[in-house]
Design a protein around this ligand. Structure first.
Ligand code: SF4
Length: 570
């Protein structure tokens, strides 16, 4: 079947690739296949799982790597315009379901992980792919009846499409069946540069199971040369079928050399430590290998603010943005070990989407010595930063300075609440709000309860926010709003919450527990993140009061690095 689709990959090459992948310690490999191609027999379908199993056996049986896992992804072939298969029929729905069932059974027996697309989605895709202008009204009707994001399985609504097809009298078989090669096609007027007759020639070759060696590569090569020396030594002509695109083969050869020279240069600049075959992690649990030479990391703590539109990004977005700012500023980032090295950074607990942070922190490891000029490096960070992220200062951490996750104990929020929301509760006046908060705080103190309802993925539970609430003040100062573009007839509720290993209270929960209503719309701003040392709040950049010899456990866990904001956004 690989010849039919001109994949130019032999079984031996595939298994050799599996051997290279697993012997270097990667424990997962994904193979992509297609069902429903022209000339396909049931044995071809079963061959998909057999091939995946053989590749998995290379890791598990031949190399003794117990965790080796092959994932087989099988999608359904949808004939597309401007390809050699634009005339051929697509498998009908019952056939696709039957083949997918065969694959499921075979994969279960072979203990191979299988991923497949929803067969109904492919059916609609098949109609649209070779559709003509008469489908326009049908598509509009489906859209108006709610068809959106159809390639997301949770949003796909086949009933909406089926109703639209029926309403407009569309005959799916016209678009899913075989089209004579002499027929006028709806896309014939679009010129993609192919010689007339080229696709039909390739179509006929594919039906005869004949392989066309890949064009653009030297005669006899399935893949491109991987080094300048190999490419320069090979004087053979590049394969070309004169399809009509009219490539300049001389220029293609030259461009390939330019690309290879760039790769060679990168290899020289960033020496990669070759992993001797005998050291390759072949067994389950084998230690992962570092691929970069790095010295002892220098740990730096930075304070920054996240305000404005950037607050609408997620915590993951923030991590990506901060990393890109470091790269733009050419900070020498220190990377984690393993097969997917990442800059080692650590943030406080995630901010909820839409919440600004006036004094956030990040611990980052650098591949640098202690002469690193932090002051000017922070200036550079700010010069390349994006709107909304401002670096406020930083310190270089010593070996006895604990990581952020070890020192942070409290977070402070300001809830900005419109007075109109508080009026029905009789709390629009600052004094009334202050008294209400004091009263509720007294009720929650010393083992009392301040209950709020938390809904997570449809599951409701009661949280006692008194377990986390340290202090709160109604009618709090709103001076910080001046520079944040927030205004209106609003008042403030300031609250400080304890961070515990067991979690944290969310600011919205605290507001509803204090004011006795779940209908309070508020804008939250995280104004501070604190370490509490001997009863006093300490800013995490003030490292002297926080310094103490870490325990052996802390030393070990700090070394792992990464983002420790594992708790849900608060
Ligand atoms: S013209 Fe270009 S794309 Fe067409 S067959 Fe030749 S090399 Fe391939």
């Amino acid at each position: 079947m690989r010849d039919v689709v001109n994949k130019n990959v032999t079984e031996e090459q595939l298994l050799e690739t599996a051997r290279r992948v697993f012997s270097r310690g990667w424990d997962k490999m994904k193979l992509y296949f297609m069902i429903g191609l022209p000339t396909e027999e049931d044995e071809d379908v079963l061959g998909i799982v057999e091939t995946g199993k053989r590749a998995q056996d290379v890791g598990r049986r031949d190399l003794g790597f117990d965790r080796a896992q092959v994932v087989v992804a099988a999608s359904t072939h949808v004939p597309k315009p401007h390809t050699p298969f634009q005339w051929c029929a697509m498998d009908d729905h019952p056939t696709v379901v039957r083949k997918q069932g065969m694959l499921k059974d075979a994969a279960r027996k072979a203990r191979i992980k299988l991923r497949m697309h929803d067969s109904e989605g492919s059916w609609i895709e098949g109609i649209l792919a070779r559709g003509d202008r008469t489908l326009a009204n049908m598509i509009e009707t489906a859209y108006q009846n709610g068809a959106r994001f159809d390639s997301w399985s949770d949003c796909f609504r086949p009933d909406v499409w089926e109703a639209a097809i029926a309403e407009h009298g569309v005959k799916p078989e016209l678009y899913l069946g075989t089209i004579p090669v002499t027929a006028r096609l709806p896309w014939d007027h679009l010129d993609v540069g192919l010689e007339p007759g080229f696709l039909v020639k390739e179509y006929r070759k594919a039906l005869r199971n004949r392989l066309s060696p890949p064009c653009g590569k030297a005669v006899g090569m399935f893949v491109h040369h991987a080094s300048v020396a190999e490419a320069e030594a090979d004087k053979k002509k590049l394969v070309c079928y004169h399809c009509g695109v009219a490539c300049d083969l001389g220029q293609m050869r030259e461009e390939r050399l330019v690309f290879l020279r760039r790769i060679d240069k990168k290899r020289e600049d960033a020496p990669v430590v070759a992993i001797p075959a005998e050291e390759a992690p072949r067994r389950a649990g084998a230690p992962k290998q570092a691929r970069f030479r790095q010295g002892e990391p220098l740990r730096v703590r930075l304070a920054f603010s996240r305000t404005g539109r950037i607050a609408w990004g997620s915590h993951l977005d923030l991590i990506g943005i901060v990393e890109r700012i470091f790269r733009r500023a050419r900070w020498p980032l220190f990377f984690s070990e393993g097969f997917n090295p990442k800059p080692v950074m650590m943030f406080p607990p995630a901010l909820a989407v839409g919440t600004m942070g006036l004094r956030e922190f990040v611990d980052v490891k650098l591949d640098s010595d202690r002469d690193f000029d932090l002051e000017s490096a922070i200036e550079t960070l700010n010069s390349v930063s994006i709107e909304g992220i401002v670096f406020l200062g930083g310190v270089i951490l010593g070996p006895n300075d604990r990581a952020l996750s070890r020192v942070l104990n409290e977070v402070e929020y300001l809830a900005v609440i419109p007075r109109s929301v508080l009026a029905p509760l009789g709390l629009s006046d600052d004094d009334a709000l202050r008294r209400k908060v004091e009263e509720r705080m007294a009720a929650g103190g010393a083992g009392g309860e301040l209950k709020a309802t938390r809904v997570t993925e449809g599951i409701t539970r009661t949280v006692n926010v008194a377990d986390f609430l340290v202090d709160a003040e109604g009618g709090a100062s709103l001076a910080v709003l001046e520079n944040l573009g927030i205004g209106g007839d609003v008042t403030g509720l300031r609250m400080t919450m304890r961070l515990k290993g067991s979690g944290a209270a969310r600011p919205g929960e605290v507001v509803s527990a204090l004011l006795g209503s779940t209908d309070i719309e508020a804008k939250f701003i995280r104004t501070a993140v604190y370490a509490v040392e001997e009863g006093a709040r300490v800013d995490p950049l003030s490292i002297e009061p926080l310094r103490r010899a870490p325990s052996a456990r802390e030393v070990v866990s700090d070394d792992g690095g990464g983002d420790l904001a594992a708790s849900p956004a608060i």
